[in-house]
Write a protein that binds this ligand. Structure first.
Ligand SMILES: C[S@@+](CC[C@H](N)C(=O)[O-])C[C@H]1O[C@@H](n2cnc3c(N)ncnc32)[C@H](O)[C@@H]1O
Length: 182
């Protein structure tokens, strides 16, 4: 069993082999998730609102030799205008703040839900959205509650929505996985 949520998410992404054409990293941060997507997918689009995050991501990708990622300095809430006609096979969100940076720049319920809704409209059948949710910082619980309420309302015939969470660790991050069924 994976010992932390990020390792679990990476393991899940690696196992999701259905179609690997287009992936989205909605929160690039330091680029750890973007790098994995670049390795596995033909094309990746990554978003962040902080130039420092996209610089770190670009450096990580350059050092690893990947040139299949388009990095976009924009809110994931406005993702629609950066997408084309292609269906999305996988999207990853790692919510909260950028570690070792300004902890007041955080993902927000409205923007996160707008981005998830956009991706749901473009998600391929068998496509997957993987979200890591943090509740330990101010605003985190609010975002977690808003997001889970919205996802609970998705039709079970269209989407499978699963929460993966520790029961014996207080305020540990948890993962939400959404797969489009039909
Ligand atoms: C926890 S960090 C992501 C960590 C990253 N996945 C990694 O592997 O290093 C969250 C990131 O979300 C970004 N963010 C916050 N609000 C955003 C928004 N509306 N659109 C895009 N990115 C946003 C922050 O700037 C921050 O870099």
């Amino acid at each position: 069993m994976e010992q932390n949520i990020n390792a679990f998410i990476h393991h899940t992404i690696r196992r999701h082999e259905d179609r690997r054409l287009l992936a989205i990293d909605a929160t690039c941060g330091n680029g750890h998730d973007t790098l994995l997507l670049a390795e596995l997918y033909d094309q990746v689009i990554g978003f962040d609102i902080q130039p420092v995050a996209l610089d770190a991501t670009a450096k990580r990708l350059r050092q690893a030799g990947y040139d299949n990622v388009k990095l976009v300095l924009d809110s994931h809430a406005l993702m629609e205008r950066h997408l084309g006609e292609d269906s999305i096979d996988l999207a990853v969100f790692n919510l909260g703040y950028l570690p070792h940076c300004d902890k007041t720049i955080i993902t927000t319920p409205d923007a996160t839900m707008a981005a998830v809704e956009t991706i749901l409209r473009h998600l391929a059948i068998r496509g997957l959205i993987a979200i890591t949710v943090y509740t330990g910082h101010p605003g985190g619980q609010l975002e977690a509650d808003a997001l889970t309420a919205m996802l609970k309302s998705l039709d079970k015939h269209d989407y499978t929505v699963i929460v993966h969470r520790y029961l014996n660790r207080r305020q540990a991050p948890f993962a939400i996985l959404i797969e489009r069924m039909q």
